[in-house]
Design a protein around this ligand. Structure first.
Ligand SMILES: Cc1ncc(COP(=O)(O)OP(=O)(O)O)c(N)n1
Ligand SMILES: Cc1nc(C(=O)O)sc1CCOP(=O)(O)O
Ligand SMILES: [Mg+2]
Length: 524
């Protein structure tokens, strides 16, 4: 993150951990604080329970008084309101009832007054990694008071079984149970598969993500289930669940959507396990490795729903040279004039699919590209691009499930894919495209976007992770005034609509922007 301004500590997002203390330091509040601080958040704590715990045993569990629980919540809300909350160990039913009432009344009132929506991540802790129970009595806890009040619940196999009152024998039962829990609590579910259970595999930690709804996220990723599979790194797993849930809360507090928070948190846990250490007899705690920047730590995403899925094992044409400043235009005369002005990469983006001259225009644009030895990409109409042998096609994420990707790859057409989040970047990268577009960086009026503008901070994170793996193209609201700051992130290329098309002299505008882009500095 060397290219963006450092966040002043006053601006660090506040995240709360409502959880128990693990005297052994590997899990609970200790792990949450370490995670939240490591991910550049300010961590506040609401301690629910003290546990006398080591890496091999839990010897005593003692909840704080009801007054103390409420006093911590109310005190913090007055002065240090959260951007996100992680809830861990609740030792008895009374604590569940008190906290759920507080969320329904006080937090809801805070959300309404501040016009925000604080993300609440519930890790329904029941058993420590050494196998001992952490709740005060052996009676089953009822989490239903949390219905409609939480953003995500993150049970492991054992907890999921207890929450839905079933034993889970295989992956399909695991998925059904996660869907049942999503309905029961009216929430999103991340059913973890890292520990023993039906999702366990020796070489991979597989989690099931059931997304019922998520804000500022494309419709196509909602109401769906995904399998998130990460490489398994070591058996030091003490505090894995606490770390995962507090990492999800921290990433959401930093402004990322739920899907992104989950994949970043999984990468954080994967890196933490890889670099973990043993302290004593039992499994060791996770290392703190800061914001994940290593692509191999991120999960592979696959769909668990019926219907089309992304193909595996295909690879698209590699683009040898830079795309540079890449204009995106909707009419042919403008495309011709920009090629004449010297554009070497350009896209034809016609959004009226009933345009009677659609095929003619596409065929003509492709032919012009050949004449000028330029890379002409056709947006959306991949069949026409194939028929007329275009240099390349640009597709959106939703197109990936309908287009014949195998045919496009076999015909040696280049493929560019849009992305609007870490989650979509990972999906795009799984089919090894020729480039990935990252948008929309700044507000745009060119099209209606379901996601919020990404901004430079997120762009920097995406570049840090994907640079060198694929050419990365920034798009959305980029004009002469923003060329310098965009270039400083290290992104490879920029795509531009209005700053060229709405100019009185598009050819001259293209040349000026292109030369500004080439001359702008990438900071080291
Ligand atoms: C370079 C580049 N990036 C993103 C887009 C957007 O493509 P898509 O998501 O398919 O949306 P539409 O352009 O079809 O509205 C693009 N065209 N080019
Ligand atoms: C076509 C398009 N796709 C985007 C994406 O984020 O996928 S943003 C965008 C419009 C970019 O237009 P302008 O340069 O006028 O802001
Ligand atoms: Mg498109």
């Amino acid at each position: 993150m060397e290219n963006v301004e450092p966040t002043s500590s006053a601006l660090k997002p506040v995240v709360w951990s409502i959880a128990g203390s693990d005297s052994g330091g590997g899990a609970g509040i200790g792990a949450d604080l370490a995670t939240m601080n490591d991910l550049a958040c300010h961590a506040c704590t609401v301690i629910t329970t003290l546990t006398a715990q080591s890496s091999v045993a839990v010897n005593l569990v003692e909840p704080v008084s009801d007054e103390m629980l409420l006093a911590q919540l109310d005190t913090l809300l007055q002065d240090l309101p959260p951007k996100a909350i992680k809830i861990g160990l609740l030792a008895n039913q009374r604590q569940i009832d008190i906290l759920s009432r507080w969320l329904a009344l006080e937090l809801d009132d805070h959300n309404k007054r501040s016009g925000t929506e604080v993300a609440v991540i519930l890790d329904p802790v029941m058993i420590a990694s050494c196998g001992d129970r952490l709740d005060e009595d052996d009676s089953r806890l009822d989490f239903s008071p949390f219905k409609g009040l939480i953003t995500l619940i993150t049970p492991n196999a054992l907890e999921l079984g207890e929450l839905v009152g079933q034993s889970l024998a295989d992956m399909s039962q695991y998925h059904l149970a996660a869907q049942d829990l999503a309905q029961l609590l009216d929430t999103n579910v991340l059913a973890k598969g890292g520990g023993k259970g039906p999702a366990w595999r020796a070489d991979a930690a597989q989690d099931i993500f059931v997304c019922t709804r998520a804000t500022a996220c494309s419709e196509m990723h909602q109401g769906r289930s995904f399998l998130l599979s990460s490489p398994r790194a070591s058996n030091n797993n003490h505090g894995t669940g606490c770390t995962l849930s507090s990492a999800i809360a921290s990433v959401m507090a930093s402004g990322f959507v739920l899907h992104d928070a989950i994949v970043v948190a999984k990468a954080y846990v994967c890196a933490g396990i890889k670099h973990s250490y043993r302290v004593d007899e039992g499994p060791g705690p996770l290392a703190r490795t800061s914001w994940p920047r290593e692509l191999s730590h991120f999960p592979t995403i696959s769909s668990l729903d019926e219907g089309p899925s992304l193909p595996v094992g295909i690879k698209f044409k590699t683009i040898g040279e830079r795309l540079g400043l890449y204009p995106v235009v909707s009419d042919l005369p403008l495309l011709a004039s920009l090629l004449k002005a010297g554009a070497k990469t350009i896209q034809l983006r016609i959004k009226d699919e009933n345009d009677p001259q659609l095929e003619d225009k596409i065929a003509h644009a492709i032919a012009l590209g050949r004449d000028y030895q330029a890379k002409v990409f056709i947006n959306d109409y991949w069949e026409l691009a194939l028929k007329h042998n275009a240099y390349g096609v640009h597709l959106g994420q939703e197109d990936l499930y309908v287009a014949d990707l195998k045919r496009i790859a076999e015909a040696q057409l280049a493929l560019g894919i849009s992305s609007h989040s870490y989650f979509e970047l990972l999906l795009a990268s799984q089919i090894t495209p020729s480039y990935i577009a990252l948008g929309h960086i700044f507000p745009t009026t060119t099209k209606v976007m379901p996601s919020a503008p990404q901004g430079l901070m997120k762009l920097q994170h995406y570049v840090d992770l994907f640079k060198g793996h694929y050419p990365l193209v920034a798009i959305g609201g980029i004009d002469a005034s923003r060329i310098e700051t965009v270039k400083r992130t290290g992104v490879d290329d920029v795509a531009i609509v209005r700053a060229v098309t709405e100019s009185q002299q598009p050819g001259a505008a293209y040349l000026a922007l292109s030369s500004a882009w080439e001359q702008a500095h990438v900071s080291q």
